[in-house]
Ligand binder design. Structure first.
Ligand code: BDR
Ligand code: CA
Length: 311
């Protein structure tokens, strides 16, 4: 099974993805690292601990970025994920605590303990990965792969006409991570918007997942109401789960290879750009880059079926 570190800002769709990471026999979950994004860093860490507890598992949780590297923090999107990140539902108390290391320290230690083996799956703003890279630049050669849920190449954005939320929340961190020379897969809105988790599928998951299932289903109801109002669809995109689905079932995605850049300032801040060759456009200049795998489409029904089967 693949050892992963799951970097997350839970978040309703993050919670669904965490449930998959906890449940799937082909994933060895080394730890959850938390970031601000859908919620404040304190709430993100609390939710990560809670979700692991509800699944009856002791998984290290390391707390990370409280704010973006450079820009001023955007207010958390309480209308999408609820102020508590889990649809404002009542939540039980937790009895576990985060580990002493920060998220970037945890990432550096774990990757160095198993060079060439660990996959970093990041589904929130990318400050923790950017900081880990700064602590230890040799990570680019030591991770097995980085899988990022974020960005959008042709689909348009979900926060601005061109920017996806995880990129928009910390574009400078995103630029460092997407422009680094490590093996990287981008699972952005081009793929995740093809996948809609419908209410009937959610009910099946809720029935199978016990206490955790109740939290997933009730928070899903809140998230679904947002999708209904904002996009007019009945169901919601399991964005963050798609990163894990790609890891275990890459055949369900259409991938093109190219180099990535992120716009850090101005009207298009947070936009991701792909050049379909190995030259990379960084700081207004072309140089030799590292090809990333960029998901540009997904078999939505098959992705949803896989998620339901797994949970
Ligand atoms: C991403 O933004 C967050 O709100 C979701 O959890 C997901 O990671 C989708 O754009
Ligand atoms: Ca997320």
């Amino acid at each position: 099974s693949t050892p992963i570190i799951f970097d997350t800002d839970p978040g309703v769709d993050d919670a669904q993805a965490i449930a998959i990471a906890l449940a799937h026999p082909d994933i060895e979950l080394l730890g959850l690292t938390t970031t601000f994004g859908n919620v404040t860093i304190e709430v993100a860490t609390h939710n990560a601990l809670l979700l692991a507890e509800l699944a009856g598992q002791r998984i290290p949780v390391a707390q990370g970025a409280a704010e973006p590297l450079v820009k001023k923090k955007n207010p958390p999107p309480g209308h999408i994920h609820g102020d508590n990140g889990l649809g404002n539902i009542a939540l039980p108390d937790i009895s576990t605590r985060a580990v002493a290391q920060s998220a970037p320290q945890f990432i550096v230690e774990q990757v160095n303990a198993r060079p060439g083996e660990v996959v970093l799956v990041a589904v929130g703003p990318l400050g923790n990965l950017a900081a880990a890279l700064q602590l230890d630049p040799t990570l680019v050669d030591k991770v097995k792969r980085v899988v990022v849920m974020g960005g959008s190449i042709r689909e348009g954005g979900n926060v601005t006409p061109v920017a996806e939320a995880n990129m928009f929340n910390d574009p400078h961190a995103a630029a460092r991570v997407l422009q680094a020379s490590w093996p990287l897969t981008l699972v952005g809105l081009d793929a995740t918007h093809r996948c809609v988790l419908d209410p009937a599928s959610m009910e099946k998951i809720a029935r199978a997942q016990g206490d955790l299932g109740r939290v997933l289903a009730e928070s899903y109801a809140f998230y679904r109401a947002f999708y209904q109002k904002a996009l007019g669809i009945d169901g919601c995109c399991p964005h963050d789960s798609c990163a894990l689905v790609w890891l275990l079932r890459p055949d369900l995605f259409e991938v093109e290879r190219g180099t990535l850049s992120v716009v850090t300032d101005g009207l298009a801040e947070g936009q991701t750009l792909m050049a379909p060759h190995s030259r990379q456009f960084v700081d207004g200049r072309w140089s030799q880059g590292t090809l990333a795998d960029v998901c540009l489409n997904a078999d939505g029904p098959a992705v949803i079926a896989w998620i339901v089967d797994t949970l």
